[in-house]
Design a protein around this ligand. Structure first.
Ligand code: NDP
Length: 255
């Protein structure tokens, strides 16, 4: 197989949670361009539909499945719908996530719980539900979207629950990778740095010094610069890679 063929995903079925915008949509586009059939699993049906139209416009097979990743019932229904419409899931991208900023003494239990439910508990639940059939079939690749915030403390904003949730995603990645490696199910993560999407306050002037000037490359990422790393980890190009947390941060975590 030529080296570029190792990035091909023809005949593969992929699910991207939170695939209707931002980093998730960029990953969905990358997987579709590589030949995968792609299911967009997020809550906003109108935006899911727009993402599916974009993928089908590229000539890909794509469906949407209205999914709240915090609900195990939704996740099971998603897996069953995707399997019925596209076939067994080969690639799972756990991308859905939310963020909140705030000083730790002001963050209430509900906010902590929401961040953990979406960013960490859901990665656990979706990996369990989809991973079960991957382990049974003896094949699969899971790519979790962590964050450099799981490795460092960001400035100037505080967001302890977010960072803790992403550190948990990284360790869950390594745990599942070790457990499922003998079954040929690989589990890896990407850890993006500052990336321009709806979730990030990238253009706030008071953040510029910390979020742009202090990045060795002195800029933020576009989502399209994050997606190729997810394609690498999803595809046979990374066939001997598991439990890896691939940092994509313009050098931010070097300091
Ligand atoms: P966006 O806010 O642009 O997109 C978030 C996506 O998650 C949306 O598609 C949203 O869809 C989905 N989502 C949120 N909650 C749920 C839920 N309960 N069930 C299903 N889907 C949900 O964010 P980004 O693209 O920036 O973030 C994507 C991932 O990348 C997140 O995990 C984030 O933490 C991570 N990340 C982002 C960075 C950045 O700088 N932007 C840096 C490092 C990591 P819907 O609302 O329709 O459900």
């Amino acid at each position: 197989m030529s080296v570029l063929d190792q990035f091909r995903l023809n005949g593969k079925v992929a699910v991207v949670t939170g695939g209707n915008r931002g980093i998730g949509k960029a990953i969905a586009v990358a997987l579709a361009e590589a030949g995968a059939s792609v299911a967009i699993a997020s809550r906003d049906e109108a935006r899911n539909g727009e993402a599916v139209a974009e993928l089908t416009g590229l000539g890909a097979t794509a469906i949407s499945t209205k999914t709240d990743v915090t609900s195990r019932a939704d996740i099971v229904a998603m897996r069953d719908q995707v399997t019925a419409q596209l076939g067994p899931i080969d690639i799972l991208v756990n991308n859905a996530g939310i963020g909140i900023h705030g000083e730790s003494l002001t963050i209430d239990d509900d906010s902590w719980d929401r961040v953990m439910a979406t960013n960490l508990d859901a990665v656990w639940k979706v990996s369990q539900v989809v991973g079960e059939s991957m382990v049974e079939r003896g094949t699969g690749s899971i790519v979790n979207v962590g964050s450099m915030s799981g490795m460092i403390i960001n400035r100037p904003q505080w967001h302890a629950p977010y960072g803790v949730s992403k550190a948990g995603v990284h360790h869950l990645t390594r745990s599942l990778a070790a457990e499922w490696a003998p079954k040929s199910v690989r589990v890896n993560a990407i850890a993006p740095g500052y990336t321009k999407t709806e979730i990030s306050d990238i253009d706030l002037p008071e953040y510029k010094h910390y979020w742009i000037d202090e990045v060795p490359m002195q800029r933020y990422a576009q989502a399209s610069e994050i997606a190729p790393a997810a394609l690498y980890l999803a595809s046979p190009a990374s066939s001997f890679v598991t439990g890896e947390i691939l940092v994509i941060d313009g050098g931010y975590t070097l300091w």
